[in-house]
Design a protein around this ligand. Sequence first.
Ligand SMILES: C/C(=C\CNc1ncnc2c1ncn2[C@@H]1O[C@H](COP(=O)(O)O)[C@@H](O)[C@H]1O)CO
Length: 194
Amino acid sequence: MNICVFCASSQKIDPKYVHLATEVGTEIARRGHTLVSGGATVSCMGAVTRAARAAGGRTVGVIPQVLVDIEVADTESDELVVTADMRERKGVMDARSDAFLVLPGGIGTLEELFEIWTARVLAIHTKPLVILDPWGLYAPLRSLVEHMYEEGFTRANVFDAITWTSSVEEALEVLESPAQPMEPSVEELGESTP
Ligand SMILES: C/C(=C\CNc1ncnc2c1ncn2[C@@H]1O[C@H](COP(=O)(O)O)[C@@H](O)[C@H]1O)CO
């Protein structure tokens, strides 16, 4: 499988997050998968790709020209795709991947998560989407989406479209399993706007 990992670029984070990314890269390679990532050398992004290669795995980096220009590109990547901008980058990462894994990160990671999550809820794709969050960074996000559901702002299938995990092994097992297709409910299809 081609597994896309979205994760942090910040260099101010606790080293435990970088160690988690290293563990993920190692396990992706050990299981024979290709890693698709944002193609940068910094923080968790660099750790996951270096670990995957160190464990014998193949890495595909997808990075916009603007980040190549500031010299954060993972030039040792087996394949480095340089895009015109961030939007094209996300499109290429999506198209090249069979499954998506989200590690703790900041607003860049959240943006990537939301795009894949929304498309899955709308049944635009059926690729597995997993959050690996051992220390609960995303617990407030989960509560927020639950609140949005209670208030009627999100579809009932919003939590069917994603799996929250807390160990690397559990995350990889879910990614390797076929995801359930997202079918809009009959009520949703029949709903009319006043
Ligand atoms: C110069 C430094 C970092 C360069 N920043 C980034 N490099 C590569 N990719 C990035 C960068 N910032 C955002 N991204 C994309 O978003 C995700 C990470 O963003 P977050 O806000 O850190 O969660 C990541 O998946 C990238 O695709 C030194 O700080």
